[in-house]
Design a protein around this ligand. Structure first.
Ligand code: GTP
Ligand code: MG
Length: 455
């Protein structure tokens, strides 16, 4: 259960700055701070007042603005008071000590957000969005976190829950009337609710997966035979001389990683060793690593030379990859088109997908902008659509909900209403955990502990 004592923390980043903010939360925290202020008159509610922070002898330690938000209209839902002083780390440490001596306790990481959650000011997905907004590594990630914070994700989950609740009521009622002649478990109403639930959940899951990519960064692996220009492409994308380029086949061995932003999306581009049969143990290790990262890539740029035959290239790609290549995540890139000026982009018909083949010249920059554009499209985003930011925890809960839904559908087909009802009940539990309902305290504690201090 949540503690109700007074907590204090530096809400701004540590280090010298123009301003630093001390924040206190808990019943009576306004009076606790007031004992250190001059003048010590009552604090106006929700209005800034200029005060001195004084020590026990009445000597001024700092001067700043004080803001008082009485419960329940505050971030945490408790009394909250802030002192905005000068950004001196030494002075802030002194003020913190003084407040602790008066009975405030140093807040644990995320404790302000945890209290906001327990007082119903935010649900868990929103509280997580605050932490994600603070940690966002790109504009897109920050904007998406803001969408989640404004409740977009929670509302989406609620709309799935609404349809699910209606369905559960129906199935439970159908079980009660199972001894009658009418077959409620195969009715049109039930099938249409199930279809709707499936669609809503799958859309939410898809958007959450996109959001998670923004959160963790999107890995783009450049692969292909030796000497086709992989390192040259990395340099062209990075706009910098990051990797060694040479005419010797087998130059790159280690996996090279370069972070960059593409249309506001955080990408990590990985340059890898060229795929070939090699007796050199070091090169072989490099190729093994290249295959490993290619398997885990969110997008695979498979590069080949102008003189290569496309069918052979694809056959080789399929032969060397020990996993099933997701062709929707694959871009075939023909490099060195400066050598064949009449090159035209094309498509390659693959069994399950029409795969694009783009021509570039990594060395002379031809086609690089087009490649970036296609890459942005491939990783699933156009700049105008923005998903909500999602975490691994959210994906897992949604995937679990999906499994329960599939199980319930199967049970319904077999006419096993009782078992379907149980699956749907479990599905509701998975969805409820997204916004923090029915999560055990220790798990909640672990989630909030990953937040920063003062938030
Ligand atoms: N004409 C031309 N040459 C290129 C182009 N891109 C790369 N090259 C040349 O091709 C050779 C190999 O380039 P790299 O970028 O080192 O190729 P790689 O695929 O990284 O090679 P490994 O690391 O050995 O697997 C170098 O001599 C480059 O200058 C291009 O677009 N046009
Ligand atoms: Mg290389």
């Amino acid at each position: 259960m949540i503690a109700s004592d007074i907590i204090v923390a530096l809400a701004t980043a540590p280090g010298a700055a123009g301003v630093a903010v001390l924040r206190l939360s808990g019943q009576g925290c306004g009076d606790l701070l007031r004992n250190h202020l001059s003048p010590a008159s009552p604090l106006p509610e929700r209005k800034a007042s200029l005060r001195d922070f004084v020590d026990a002898h009445g000597d001024s330690l700092d001067q700043g603005l004080v803001l008082y938000f009485p419960a329940p209209h505050s971030f945490t839902g408790e009394d909250v008071v802030e002192f905005q002083g000068h950004g001196s780390p030494v002075m802030m440490a002194i003020l913190l000590r003084q407040l602790q001596q008066s009975g405030a306790r140093l807040a644990r990481p995320g404790e302000f957000s945890e209290r906001a959650f327990h007082h119903g000011r935010l649900d868990l997905a929103q509280a997580e969005a605050i932490a994600d907004l603070i940690a966002a590594g790109s504009e897109q990630a920050a904007r998406s976190a803001m969408r989640s914070l404004q409740g977009e994700f929670s509302r989406r989950v609620e709309s799935v829950e609404e349809v699910l609740t209606a369905l559960r009521v129906y199935v439970e009622a159908a079980i009660d009337f199972s001894d009658q002649d009418i077959d409620f478990l195969h009715s049109d109403q039930l099938l249409s609710d199930l279809r709707k639930l499936r669609r809503l959940l799958s859309e939410t899951l898809q958007e959450a997966r996109q959001g998670q990519l923004l959160q963790k960064g999107i890995s783009v692996v450049i692969a292909g035979h030796p000497n086709v220009g992989k390192s040259s492409l990395l340099n062209a994308l990075a706009g910098d001389d990051v990797a060694i380029v040479s005419e010797h086949a087998g130059t790159t061995r280690d996996v090279l990683r370069q972070n960059l932003l593409l249309q506001g999306m955080p990408l990590q581009i990985l340059d890898t060793a060229g795929w070939r049969d090699s007796d050199d143990p070091i090169e072989s290790e490099g190729i093994k690593r290249a295959l490993q990262v290619a398997e885990q890539a969110d997008a695979l740029l498979y590069l080949f030379d102008t003189d290569a035959d496309l069918q052979d290239i694809v056959a080789d790609l399929q032969a060397r990859s020990t996993w099933q290549i997701d062709t929707r995540r694959l871009l075939l890139v023909r490099n060195k088109i400066d050598r064949c000026p009449d090159w035209q982009d094309s498509f390659l018909e693959m069994p399950d997908h029409r795969c694009e083949v783009i021509g570039i010249s990594a060395k002379y920059g031809q086609g690089i902008d087009k490649l970036k554009h296609r890459l942005a499209h491939l990783v699933g985003r156009t700049p105008t659509e923005l998903p909500f930011l999602a975490r691994q925890r959210h994906i897992e809960a949604l995937e679990q909900a999906w499994k329960y839904l599939e199980a319930a559908e199967e049970q319904l087909q077999q006419g096993m209403g009782d078992l379907a009802a149980e699956d749907l009940r479990c599905m509701q539990g998975s969805l409820a955990s997204l916004c923090g309902d029915m999560l055990p305290d220790d798990l909640l504690g672990r989630i909030f502990a990953s937040f920063c201090i003062g938030k």
